[in-house]
Write a protein that binds this ligand. Structure first.
Ligand code: PBG
Length: 324
């Protein structure tokens, strides 16, 4: 057989394959989500996220130092709010002495170089478990945006490097940027969850934070997974309004969206390898049906190949260890 081109030449052995590899994962790619709880010396397992924990602040601070030591440079903070502090206004979200604000300070004090990002949305603080304020059964936009601005400023005061609005209200990026500017926080970044879809894969996260919606679903603010043009529209608007980094979420079932967003904007794109994606790999691996370590690296590589400059993932530590 005469063949002008033999593609297998470039796949012949590990050395050649590594030389022509187009995508490489490094610790610089990862954002580590952390779930923080009240108390001391508390490390609580999450049934639907085996191997992941909700830690008290003292445990979290130790964890952050360990992450830094491993070469991981960015954490994304989520807190579990006590039931008695939840209400429909979500006001605990901007309490200067709230768990989030104390956590930001403690982490920046202990590990000043660690890039600290904070989730901005009302759901952990809402008695309804919604990302916004509820009126007559609806999630109202503009009042929620006012609350998100207060929340963002309180995170900036505590020392957050980036606020990460995950709520999908209209106009919140512009309002948060304006609020930060007016308060003198000219160095605080915004990582916008720009293309965030209403996904069934958030289930385990809502278990972790006890933040499942008390009624209805999130489809009036999070996007319909049937849509792609809408993702580009949302993302372009967020960039225009002042987002420094944009995000596509979830990641695995949305690799096409990551690529389209990457091609459409000139800001870093991040992808969120969410809780349900973590749970699927953990569950299948536990059954012995897939190789967990290979599945972790393959899925994270696919996200980077799709165009993600950053990946928020519960597998960050595993990945760094596996990459050696
Ligand atoms: C809250 C928020 C959610 C996640 C991140 N921020 C859940 C939701 O929108 O219901 C999900 C993260 C994950 O599933 O890993 N606004």
């Amino acid at each position: 057989m005469y063949l002008q081109r033999r593609n297998r030449i470039l796949r012949a052995n590990p050395a050649i394959r590594s030389l022509v590899s187009e995508t490489t994962l490094t610790p610089n790619d990862f954002i580590v989500p952390l779930f923080i709880d009240e108390g001391e010396n508390v490390k609580t397992g999450i049934a639907s996220m085996p191997g992941y924990y909700r830690n008290s602040l003292d445990v979290t601070v130790k964890e952050v130092k360990e992450l830094w030591g491993m070469g991981l440079k960015c954490v994304l903070l989520f807190i579990k709010c006590k039931d008695e502090l939840k209400d429909n206004t979500g006001k605990e979200a901007w309490n200067a002495d709230g768990l989030m604000q104390r956590s930001i300070k403690a982490i920046k004090d202990a590990c000043p170089e660690m890039v600290v990002m904070t989730d901005v949305a009302l759901d952990p603080f809402s008695s309804y478990g919604h990302d916004g304020i509820v009126k007559n059964g609806e999630i109202v936009n503009d009042e929620t945006v006012d609350a998100l601005v207060k929340m963002s400023i309180s995170h900036a005061i505590a020392g957050a490097d980036f606020v990460a609005p995950s709520d999908m209200m209209d106009g919140r990026i512009g309002a948060i940027r304006e609020g930060l500017e007016e308060s003198g926080f000219t160095k605080t970044g915004i990582m916008a969850y720009s293309a965030k879809y209403a996904s069934c894969f958030y289930g385990p996260f809502r278990d972790a934070l006890d933040s499942a919606p008390g009624f209805g679903d999130k489809k009036t603010y999070q996007m319909n997974y049937a849509n792609r043009a809408e993702a580009i529209k949302e993302t372009l608007m967020d960039v225009e309004e002042g987002a420094d980094i944009v995000m596509v979420k979830p990641a695995l079932a949305y690799l096409d969206i990551i690529r389209e967003v990457k091609d459409a904007v000139h800001v870093p794109v991040s992808a969120y390898n969410i809780s349900g994606e973590y749970a699927m790999i953990k569950a299948a691996a536990k059954m012995g049906w897939i190789d967990e370590q290979k599945a972790i690296i393959e899925t994270l590589t696919s996200m980077k190949r799709a165009g993600a400059d950053l990946i928020a993932t519960y597998f960050a530590k595993d990945a760094v260890q596996l990459l050696g």
